[in-house]
Design a binder for this molecule. Structure first.
Ligand code: MG
Ligand code: ZN
Length: 381
């Protein structure tokens, strides 16, 4: 028993010292191996919803400002992940999303590359090779760090034009997000919109048609630019996230009827509310994201063959709910206008959900998704 404790201590201290340093071996470990004794029928479809900057307090504030309820509560399995990157206990969205998409720890700012800047395959590439259609729906630009890690491989998150060019040649079948500016009027003179249309994409934007009026052609790849730059706040009239989540599921279900599909949805601006130390901004974005969660859970409940995972990359703002708060009226506190290193909640619903209970590295989310979809054992078509 005593020896066991010493061993545990050594393992735990080893883990934590590794988190702050870029070159350490721990970064190559996939995180705790999922419990092989858990058995389940692998789901066909996987929906990963990321609330950027969504810590426990953001979720709690959303709940207290929404009549004490959230769709998130419909999940029966919860866990916590350790979000640190290789060069910082406090991760950023690039390293955070790369951990989910590629299963590796890397440095802050990295998009789909390891600490030596070598590209690492991501889950979208892996499921696409199995014939599964894939989609991304976000409330930032589509080239922003979180979605970028699911299709791009670039040494830094600020390389938006290179990231856009990676999207044009990626396996993504359906996307909704802002950022037309990275696709046209580029430094290199390329017209990525034209190139993507030539490659079978149906592309349109918010200047042409509002999202709720778009006729989505199921037989083509689909992209909708919700803004030339960053989409506005939900409190300023943005309203597409829950509907786009629903439409993405319809599109992907139609095209992935036999093989299943992968969808990533991001509530991008919960983080921006945290950076702005603006509690109302956090709560409104949290509740918008929770509607998208509701759309995913509605589908998963009926379908029975879909795993929904909801998590965040990190917490933002050191946000807290102070004394004097009451139901429907939060008294907020902040300790920073940046990210924090706190453990991050994970919620799961559907076949394989049991794997997401416990405490594990952020990279384990990727390895659990691979296991749930049985990707290592599937034969490419
Ligand atoms: Mg983000
Ligand atoms: Zn941030």
């Amino acid at each position: 028993m005593y020896m066991k404790r010493i061993l545990l201590f050594l393992v735990v201290t080893g883990l934590f010292s590794a988190c702050g340093q870029r070159q350490l071996v721990e970064t190559e470990l996939p995180g705790p191996v999922p419990d092989d004794s858990i058995s389940f029928t692998p789901p066909q479809n996987l929906i990963l919803l990321i609330g950027d900057g969504m810590g426990i307090a953001q979720i709690t504030a959303g709940m207290y400002m929404n009549g004490n309820k959230l769709n998130l509560e419909r999940c029966r399995y919860t866990g916590l992940h350790i979000p640190c990157s290789t060069d910082n206990l406090v991760t950023d969205s690039a390293a955070g999303a790369t951990a989910f998409a590629c299963g590796i720890k890397t440095y802050n700012g990295a998009i789909g590359v390891d600490p030596s800047q070598k590209p690492v395959p991501n889950i979208v590439e892996q499921v696409s090779a199995m014939g599964m259609p894939t989609g991304l729906v976000v409330t930032s630009t589509i080239t922003h760090a979180t979605p970028a890690a699911f299709y791009a491989h670039q040494p830094h998150r600020d390389m938006y034009e290179a990231i856009a060019a990676d999207l044009a040649k990626s396996d993504i079948d359906f996307f909704v997000g802002g950022g037309t500016v990275d696709f046209v009027g580029r430094q290199d003179g390329r017209d990525l919109i034209g190139e993507m249309r030539n490659n079978g994409f149906f592309l349109t934007d918010s200047a042409t048609v509002s999202f709720d009026k778009v006729e989505i052609p199921f037989d083509k790849k689909f992209g909708y630019f919700s803004s030339p730059n960053s989409p506005v706040k939900v409190s300023e009239g943005r309203n597409y996230l829950p509907l786009a989540t629903k439409k993405a599921i319809q599109y992907l279900k139609h095209n992935g009827d036999k093989k299943g599909f992968f969808l990533m949805v991001e509530g991008s601006q919960i983080d921006w509310g945290g950076h702005a130390n603006d509690s109302d901004y956090i709560v409104s974005e949290m509740l918008d994201f929770d509607k998208a969660v509701g759309a995913a859970l509605d589908f998963a409940e009926k379908d029975g063959n879909t795993l929904v995972i909801i998590t965040a990359d990190h917490e933002t703002g050191g946000y807290s709910i102070l004394a004097g708060s009451r139901m429907g009226k939060i008294r907020p506190g902040f300790t920073t206008d940046s990210h924090t290193a706190s453990l991050v909640p994970v919620f799961a619903y559907g076949p394989g959900q049991e794997l997401f209970a416990g405490v594990y590295e952020n990279t384990a989310i990727y390895h659990k998704m691979v296991r749930v979809l049985n990707l290592n054992n599937k034969v490419q078509p």
